[in-house]
Write a protein that binds this ligand. Sequence first.
Ligand code: GAP
Length: 455
Amino acid sequence: MEKLVSLCKRRGFVFPSSEIYGGLNGCWDYGPLGVELKRNIKEAWWKDMVAGHDDVSTLNGAPSAYSMVGVDCSILMNPQVWVASGHVGGFSDPMVDCKGCKGRFRADQIADLKCPEKPSKCVGESDKCQLTDARAFNLMFKTNVGALEDSSSIAYLRPETAQGIFVNFKNVCDTSRVRVPFGIAQIGKAFRNEINPRNFTFRSREFEQMEIEFFCSPESSEGWYQYWRNRRYRWYTDLGLKSDKLILRDHHPDELAHYAKGCADVEYEFPFGVSELEGIANRTDFDLRQHMQHSGKDLNYFDDQEPDAAKRRFVPYVIEPSAGADRATLAFLCEAYHEDQVEGETRIVMRFHPRLAPIKAAILPLVKKEGMPEKAAELYRTLRKRFNVFYDEKGAIGRRYRRQDEVGTPYCITVDGQTLSDATVTVRDRDSLEQSRVAMGDIPGWLAEKVTGDA
Ligand code: GAP
């Protein structure tokens, strides 16, 4: 993990937030390469789950075809939303204070946390530790909306994106002509005042979620739950997380929330241990019913296009695949990190899936003369319109390759002496290190096929 954190800092993937002022615990900034990686992950999710999702009637395990639409809701919402959702009453972790060091810790984690005053001991084990009894600590960040700072103006930074979807269920039904079964997706920031943020970006106070609320009939919900459970697991393996490090863990019935009928976590074996990337839950009709009760609005679904016999009014069940964009980014970073031996030297190589790689190709003139930089710059300008590519003419070609390996660029395209005579370039593959010649004019289509699957 230390090697990865250091690479992330050195090459501009992730920086501590507001670092020049000493940072802010639990907050992180993505640098120029990190932002590309995270955007590629979010775009892959949106493309695969929302915009370009397959007609699932042809996919195995899916009960029938469905549609999927997106929303982008506000972070601040009417505080009643969080009363109805249960977050005001129950979104808390057990916390203990230490009167010795004035630290505050999650009660269920003290066995793994080091005492800040005496790091050789765990919290509670040093002579100076004086722990209080555990008490509930609500994880929502509070703020005030408007000029008055009193209880009438309290609002919360949303702790999940899901509720924005539930409270827009009727708006979407009324305006989008969607019919059950259908999903509403959202990517956006969420905030939790975690007591002990830790493990780099894994547990942060500000993070991004990629959530789907999938509305279906109660009878079909088990089939859809199985479909989403399997589909979400496959999404990660398709993008390069190896199945021997990726676990799909079904919750034991004792672990389920009182309203849930089923829940599974996609977990990844991080260097710091096996931890959750995403949860997929059958939340029944709990959320819509809560909002019906608290808002007084009718959130029943009525399908007037069904044949007469099937016409009925009901509150849909919800299957919720809820993923963290930052946790997925961290998992793809961990999976990508490799060290191998090339020409007697240790090379650090980030083996990102080409769809996720921040830079898709580096364009390199072999030497800075004989017209090679001009030809390479011409190719760079053509590719730049469609892909994030990088131009580099500084230093020996071997060192330029290594710099690209370290940031996970899948292809290095070199303009060399032969280019000037036959208009072909050398393409070097990051993983196999094989080199082949491709006609310069074919490179845009060739690269599109390699990095997106589209020519
Ligand atoms: N709407 C359901 C929900 O929010 P959750 O398990 O609390 O469920 C879903 O969160 C996902 O959000 C998690 O699987 C994780 O990927 C991400 N997540 C939750 N808390 C996080 C944190 N403090 N830092 C980073 N990601 C977090």
